[in-house]
Design a protein around this ligand. Structure first.
Ligand SMILES: Cc1ncc(COP(=O)(O)O)c(C=O)c1O
Length: 434
């Protein structure tokens, strides 16, 4: 039996039938190698996870070293040095808002470790409810926050929610800050960021006024790299804070250098983040999720209120510490900014040549090309997006596909990608589109 046959035979079809036809044998840096020895330039990073590149030797060494000492003893039962060290590091780098008291007393934020982005968002919502004593949540249309019942309840995407409802009550959705397809029929900047201001009515009309938190991705990744205008988050946060709700920023996909800063919210001045959720890029592929909260909020949860058996696994925490050190010391945020700007400019040039590209957007190395069959009607082109992914693969380059209509080609390579590799990816895209 071939490995692919075995997957099809023994994995649930929900996984097996969606797999790309590559059997991965190994990966290093930006290169993924299949079992026939064919090398691919990875422009998807295992869905935006291996930001420092595959199998970075320093991260592996830290994980191996920790594995020799301790694999598991339940970090929620005993003190484990590396878990506290990672929490201390996060307290130093997670920007909980320039106007928050934490900013004046850096390092007082507190973290909770779990295993995934969904679990981080579940915990963050629970903490917000416990701190505020309120019960409702506001999220965004086209947002995505995970696949548990709680996180699907705040996910604004039927494709992810179907065959699983009904979902939790007490959730309201604001309009997506999706300039290319503005749900309010307006145009930036004359719109005056009406989608953010619409949150006042969302609270007034759709909720009972008991909102604990506003949960938001700074860039809506699975929704199609939907990149709100810079003004969006501060306005939205102000409205929700005035209402007494906390701001939970879901940096599961944008975090750890992806957008050209360690966290996307660092691009935004005057933003008070109350809780930040993280996963994906936190530990270079070792499974780890986390949420970090301002300390006065963090104290709302008491022992026994919330736990995760594997949460704060020592190996994953050691990998995360080394991963953050690599991102900082190898100046990967700077590289993400520089290479991201080149890639976006290159994609915009391709947009001039190829009518299929309706929109190019993103920040740093989180880039989306939205494909449309007709630039006037903006009819989504999902079949074409999948075909481009397949043709790029044949050319030895891995890209992703996503978006609310399944028509967005996603470029999210490791942050160490070189100028030459970006040029190669752009040339392959050009040929493919032709
Ligand atoms: C913004 C965001 N939040 C949460 C999640 C869920 O993360 P996980 O798959 O680790 O549960 C994802 C996954 O794509 C995500 O992009």
């Amino acid at each position: 039996m071939t490995p692919a046959d075995r997957s099809r035979r023994f994995l649930l079809p929900v996984v097996a039938d969606g797999l790309e036809p590559i059997v991965v044998a190994s990966a290093l840096g930006r290169t993924v190698t299949d079992i026939d020895g064919r090398a691919y330039l990875d422009c998807f990073s295992g869905i935006s996870v291996v930001n420092a590149g595959h199998n970075h030797p320093r991260i592996l060494a830290a994980a191996r070293d920790q594995m020799d000492k301790l694999v598991h003893c339940a970090s929620c039962v005993y003190h484990v040095p590396v878990v506290g060290e990672l929490a201390e590091k996060l307290a130093g780098i997670v920007p909980l808002g320039p106007t928050s008291r934490e900013r004046e007393r850096p390092g007082e934020a507190k973290s909770f470790f779990c295993n995934s982005g969904a679990e981080a968002n579940e915990g963050a919502m629970r903490l917000a409810k416990q701190h505020t004593g309120r019960r409702e949540i506001v999220a965004l249309a086209y947002g995505f926050h995970g696949r548990t019942i709680g996180t699907l309840s705040i996910t604004g995407n039927q494709a992810r929610k179907k065959n699983n409802g009904p979902y939790l009550p007490g959730v309201a959705f604001g309009p997506a800050p999706y300039c290319y397809r503005c749900p309010l029929g307006l145009e930036y900047p004359s719109c005056d960021i009406a989608c953010a201001n619409a949150l006042k009515d969302v609270v007034r009309v759709q909720t009972s006024g008991d909102v604990a938190a506003f949960v938001v991705e700074p860039i809506l990744g699975e929704g199609g790299i939907i990149t709100p205008p810079d003004e969006y988050l501060p306005i939205a946060a102000r409205i929700m804070h005035e209402h007494g709700a906390l701001l939970i920023v879901d940096e599961v996909q944008t975090g750890f250098g992806r957008s050209g800063r360690m966290f996307h919210v660092e691009h935004t001045a005057n933003l008070t983040v109350d809780i930040m959720t993280m996963a994906k890029g936190i530990a270079a592929g070792f499974p780890l999720g986390a949420f970090t909260a301002r300390h006065e909020i963090a104290s709302a949860m008491k022992p026994g209120d919330h736990l995760s058996t594997f949460g704060g696994n020592p190996i994953a925490c050691a990998a995360a510490l080394a991963n953050i050190a690599v991102i900082e010391e190898e100046r990967l945020c700077e590289n993400a900014n520089a290479r991201g700007a080149e890639l976006i400019a290159g994609c915009k040039k391709l947009q001039e040549k190829h009518a299929l590209i309706g929109d190019v957007r993103g920040r740093g190395l989180m880039i989306g090309l939205e494909l449309v069959r007709d630039r006037k009607t903006k009819e989504p082109a999902p079949i074409e997006a999948k075909a481009i992914r397949a043709r790029m693969r044949e050319r030895g380059i891995l890209v992703g596909v996503g978006g609310i209509f399944g028509n967005v080609v996603r470029l999210q390579p490791p942050l160490s990608i070189t100028q030459k590799e970006c040029e190669r990816a752009l040339a392959a895209l050009d040929e493919t589109l032709r």
